[in-house]
Write a protein that binds this ligand. Sequence first.
Ligand SMILES: Cc1cc2nc3c(=O)[nH]c(=O)nc-3n(C[C@H](O)[C@H](O)[C@H](O)COP(=O)(O)OP(=O)(O)OC[C@H]3O[C@@H](n4cnc5c(N)ncnc54)[C@H](O)[C@@H]3O)c2cc1C
Length: 442
Amino acid sequence: MSDIVILGSGIVGLCSAYHLLKSPALPPNSTVTILENSSDGSIASGASSKAGGFIAGARGGWCGEPSTDLARLSWECHLELVNELGGREKWGWRECGAVGLRVGGGGQSRSAYRDLPKGKKEVSDRDWLNGEREDLTNGAGGVAAAIGQIDPEQFCRTLHAHLSKDQRFKTIFGSTKSLSPATASPSSPRTLTFVKLGEKSTTTIRFNTLIIAAGPWSADVCSQLNLPKLNLVNLPGTSLLIRPALHTVGFMSDELLPSSAVFAGIGDAVSGVHAATSGTGRQLTEEEIAMGCTAAPELFPRTNGLVYIAGENSTPTVAADHLPQRLPNRLPDNVVQVKQLVDPLLVQRLTASAAAVSSALDVSKGAVIEKEQFCYRPKTHDGEAIIGELTKGTFVATGHGPWGITLAPGTGKIVAELVLTPGKPLSADISGLGLSRFASKL
Ligand SMILES: Cc1cc2nc3c(=O)[nH]c(=O)nc-3n(C[C@H](O)[C@H](O)[C@H](O)COP(=O)(O)OP(=O)(O)OC[C@H]3O[C@@H](n4cnc5c(N)ncnc54)[C@H](O)[C@@H]3O)c2cc1C
């Protein structure tokens, strides 16, 4: 028997629970419990529900080299989940292409990905975008290019509902207080003390293995539980879901926009995921304020007819009023407070970019903003995830930065292998993602 507690119900925690419960190596009578500290009893309500949902496989150099093999495994795991749980209907899975878009500006490189090996081809999608386009799908497209998209909130909800049917799985809402002892011994279980949501007194849970998957809060959790320091920062992100005004681009009201992801550069900005997600949270510069819109927006048309737009990664100005002592680069205590930091100025910048990219997304022409969202990505100093054993019996899986939705299913599988079959070969080479690269800083 082995009792496992996972801290965090984001996509990484959920995928870890899924693979632990699926593994034949999980001893009989074991339990897997997710402890989530959202103060409104919601699961996955941080970045895992607010992300774009762009999925990039191993081909095309989207993720960094140390994550390439994990991206390959994750793509396979995404496909398995799609087939097992009906991902096409439940979370809008589809293979798609990707285009780089230059809107205005001086003619230099349109996209950080323009030098991808082999292949630019003309994009045949019906025209709904302003500006000059180039294909980023590496000459292939769809499954061959290993690029896809999902609605990440629906993915997390469906996976959680699936897990909840398993009697070995439990979700508890509450805030951690202490851990005893910090290091596991094979003979005696450990105890985590926490306060259940809605209660005042503490409760304990006994377990053998702890997995920290608390996203950007993982460093705070380690420090609270007297575990080794985790070297983690975060990057804020504002995003919108827009109902397009289809008639402005000649589409019928029941038609869907082409599925390709769009990485745009407005003016002289270079587009691309890495351009949009480098660095950590900071206020807007004078130049950005003068520009008045998000320079490198990313857009993902979804199967539910909405278009997701993000790329505005500056720190909300409203944050200073709400949480002066904890920002710019510290986090609010709880994911629910994060939701309250949606900044009208940053929403306005994305709204302006959306209109520049397509008249279908222009609110003055009938597009409707259906959701304004804000969240933080967990991020390491070298931009790659951290996956490994922190101390005996305590594992960590976080820091996926711009690629957590892409890499979570493979990460969950690797976590299950590290926990249940230690010493055996792993399904992907994660040698560049281990804790040892931060050893001197831990
Ligand atoms: C704007 C934006 C767009 C993005 N787009 C994409 C994309 O298109 N493709 C892609 O691959 N990735 C994308 N990402 C990245 C991706 O969203 C993240 O890497 C991923 O969601 C991180 O998941 P997580 O489970 O590690 O963390 P989170 O989603 O943050 O989940 C952590 C959970 O832990 C909980 N928690 C915190 N503290 C505690 C505690 N003490 N005890 C218990 N629980 C706790 C939190 O409440 C939260 O529910 C995007 C990110 C942003 C911000």
